[in-house]
Design a protein around this ligand. Structure first.
Ligand code: F6R
Length: 240
C-alpha cells in the first residue's frame, strides 16, 4: 500500500483530486467509484474547481456510489444521493443519468444488489474507487464482523456507526439502522483504490491498515490484498 501523508485536510483533499484529475485526462470515459461522508467533501470541492476552470471534464464519466441508507428516499436531505448531488454532481458537467447510487427505497434490496453488481460489471468495472474509512474500520458499510457478505447487500449498521453518523441527523434515533452497500469483493475488483483518512479519530484504523495483519474485524485491513491502493491521510490520522 502506498501512503501519502499530508500536512492537513486541505492538502489531503488536493492530493485526492490530483489523482482523479490525472485519471480523467488519461481516460475521459472512466468509471469512478464514489464515497460520501465528511472526508471526501474537500476533494469534491477541488474537483468542482478544476472542472469549472476547464481543466477536467466529467462529460463521459460514469459513477457508482458505495452505499445508501435504507429505507431512505433519494430526496431526503441525508440520503447519499442528495449528498452526491449537493457536493459534486450539481456543480460539474457529469451526465446525472450515468451516476448511480443504490436505491434506498428498493422494495427488494436483494434484487437491487444484483442489478447494481451487474451494472458495474457491464460498465467494465470500476477504474478508481474512492474510499473513506469508519473509525471502526468499515469501508462502504462493510462493518466489522466475523463473516463478511459477498455481493451488494442490505446490512445493519453497528451502534458505533449510528453514533458517528448521528452528527448529520436531528437525533440519533433518526439515523437509519440499515444500508445497502457494495461488498468487499466489488471494492477489491476496482483497478485502483484511494483511501482518504483525516483526523486523530482515524488513527486507530490507519495504524491497523499499515500493520502486517488482515482481519474482518477491521475490514479496511483487507485492502492490503489489493495491488494498487493509495492511502492519503493527514498527519493527525497518521501520527495520532
Ligand atoms: C460513505 C461510506 C463510509 C464512510 C465512513 C467514513 O459512503 O461508505 O464508509 O466513508 O463512514 O465517514 P466520514 O468520512 O464521515 O468519517
Amino acid at each position: 500500500m502506498k501512503v501519502i501523508v499530508c500536512e492537513n485536510y486541505g492538502e489531503m483533499s488536493k492530493e485526492g483530486a490530483k489523482i482523479i484529475a490525472e485519471l480523467l485526462k488519461e481516460k475521459p470515459d472512466c468509471i469512478l467509484g464514489l464515497a460520501t461522508g465528511s472526508t471526501p467533501v474537500g476533494m469534491y470541492e477541488e474537483l468542482v474547481k478544476l472542472n469549472k476552470a476547464g481543466e477536467i471534464t466529467f462529460k463521459n464519466v460514469s459513477s457508482f456510489n458505495l452505499d445508501e441508507y435504507y429505507p431512505l428516499s433519494p430526496e431526503h436531505d441525508q440520503s447519499y444521493r442528495y449528498f452526491m448531488n449537493k457536493n459534486l454532481f450539481d456543480h460539474i458537467d457529469i451526465d446525472k443519468a450515468k451516476t448511480r447510487v443504490p436505491n434506498g427505497l428498493a422494495k427488494d434490496p436483494a434484487a437491487e444488489g444484483e442489478s447494481y453488481d451487474k451494472a458495474i460489471d457491464e460498465a467494465g468495472g470500476i477504474d478508481l474507487q474512492v474510499l473513506g474509512v469508519g473509525q471502526n474500520g468499515h469501508i462502504g458499510f462493510n462493518e466489522p464482523e466475523e463473516e463478511l457478505y459477498v455481493g451488494t447487500h442490505l446490512t445493519s449498521l453497528t451502534e458505533s456507526t449510528i453514533e458517528a453518523n448521528s452528527r448529520f441527523f436531528a437525533s440519533k434515533s433518526d439515523v437509519p439502522t440499515k444500508a445497502i452497500t457494495i461488498d468487499m469483493g466489488s471494492i477489491m475488483k476496482a483497478k485502483r483504490i484511494i483511501v482518504l483518512a483525516s483526523g486523530k479519530n482515524k488513527h486507530y484504523v490507519v495504524s491497523k491498515m499499515l500493520d502486517d495483519r488482515i482481519t474482518t474485524s477491521v475490514p479496511a485491513t483487507l485492502l492490503k490484498l489489493h495491488g494498487d491502493v493509495i492511502l492519503i491521510c493527514d498527519k493527525a490520522a497518521y501520527e495520532g
